[in-house]
Design a protein around this ligand. Structure first.
Ligand SMILES: C[S@@+](CC[C@H](N)C(=O)[O-])C[C@H]1O[C@@H](n2cnc3c(N)ncnc32)[C@H](O)[C@@H]1O
Length: 383
């Protein structure tokens, strides 16, 4: 996988085109006059997703179904491992066996829950999914071991250090250079057993982020490099600096996730894990991921289950008077026009869920959570 800047963002949709603006980076504009109710984008091919730890047993890993906090019944069992392994052997071609999972007898379900046999079956039928399930299982087992560790490493030192400086591009770069030139070569020389002794202590949040990166590496490995999704992903804007500047400990958080993955991932996915790829995956998640929210509830009472990155849908700017409504149907995100638009109109969604707030509060919310000063038509007129 390479991250290049030459993107061909045409053909994302027959209804809109992506153009540069002078006020908010790139944005989407209607290609022709369109009536309210037009479904302009329907998308279910996320690059990476992660459910929060709290909801892992209650939200279906495949369709995000949730029912009042009930624990879901369907998990991956040993018979599914056999099925995925066989499929992977066939996908790899004649004579090429997939990496075998050590200790299948101790399989713990990879930390995944499903709402039905159908969802579980659709999940395990995805090409090469065996590779991702093995990585999920490794991460899951590692987290369970972490819970048992009594003396966590002293992380406060690094956090205090980060909190005491002003984060710049340079600080971030130096930290990753140190990892590249010192930590990685040191780890590479170690035996497998010694590497495991160097595993950082992680918590549920880092585990969820590691899962997200893992899925992203997996999907990017198999996605066609000429596909629209890949081009859109490569072109995603990164919010790394603004986010870490605001929350310096995030840099430490990222280092922990990277190091955990570097030590634990099997070669077939670890070879995808360069620092450059990692930074693009987590850096672009900050400004582009969509929340996976409970459906059928009001914005005030709905639960937040996790997030997913849908590259084709990441070029919609925010407006405090949006002309697109975003809805989720299972794992499909639908974007529908909520008013008639003329040709060349900027089409925007609402990122905030707080459109009823007074101007100042609304703009502060956007600034604090999304790190931009909103330049939408409504803000401009209200100011
Ligand atoms: C999901 S991306 C949208 C596409 C983005 N403009 C790009 O070029 O990649 C979100 C980013 O777009 C910019 N943006 C979106 N809506 C905006 C607005 N109303 N005013 C100013 N900037 C905006 C911000 O930089 C924000 O972090």
């Amino acid at each position: 996988m390479t991250i290049d800047n030459k993107n061909d963002l045409d053909n994302v949709s027959p209804f809109f085109e992506i153009k540069q603006t002078s006020w908010g980076g790139r944005a989407c504009f209607s290609k022709c006059a369109l009536p309210a109710g037009t479904p302009i984008l329907e998308i279910n091919n996320c690059i990476g997703s992660s459910l929060s730890y709290e909801f892992r047993k209650e939200v279906c890993h495949f369709c995000y179904f949730y029912h009042n906090g009930h624990t879901l019944k369907y998990r991956l069992e040993k018979e599914h491992l056999k099925f995925m392994e066989n499929c992977n052997d066939k996908e790899n071609g004649e004579g090429k066996k997939s990496t075998r999972m050590n200790n299948k007898a101790k399989f713990q379900g990879a930390g995944l829950w499903f709402c039905s046999e159908l969802c579980r079956s659709k999940f395990i039928k995805q090409p090469h999914i065996w590779e991702l399930v093995q990585c999920y299982e490794i991460l899951w087992c590692n987290l369970q071991k972490m819970f048992k560790r009594e003396n966590p490493d002293d992380v406060t030192g690094r956090e205090e250090q980060l909190n005491s400086i002003i984060i710049t591009e340079d600080v971030i770069q130096r930290s990753w250079d140190d990892c590249q030139h010192n930590w990685i070569p040191r780890i590479d020389k170690m035996s497998a057993a010694k590497k495991l002794h160097n595993l950082p202590v992680i918590s549920e949040d880092e585990y969820c982020c590691a899962k997200f990166v893992c899925e992203s590496l997996f999907r990017l490995k198999y996605i066609d490099s000429d596909s629209i999704t890949k081009k859109c992903f490569n072109g995603l804007q990164s919010n790394e600096l603004s986010k870490i500047h605001e929350f310096p400990v995030l840099l430490h958080f990222q280092e922990l996730v990277f190091k955990t993955l570097y030590i634990l991932l099997p070669d077939y996915l670890r070879t995808q894990l360069t620092i450059e790829n990692f930074r693009h995956i987590v850096g672009s998640e900050y400004g582009n991921a969509f929340g996976i929210w409970e459906t059928g509830e009001t914005p005030e009472s709905r639960e937040w289950f996790g997030f997913e990155v849908l590259p084709e849908a990441s070029y919609f700017n925010h407006s405090c008077k949006p002309n697109i409504t975003k809805t989720r149907e299972g794992r499909t995100m639908e974007f529908t026009l909520n008013s008639n638009v003329a040709k060349g109109t900027e089409i925007c969604i609402d990122y905030s869920g707080v459109l009823d707030l007074p101007t100042k509060k609304r703009r502060k919310f956007l600034h604090d959570t999304w790190f931009f000063d909103c330049l939408c038509v409504r803000c401009k007129s209200e100011m």
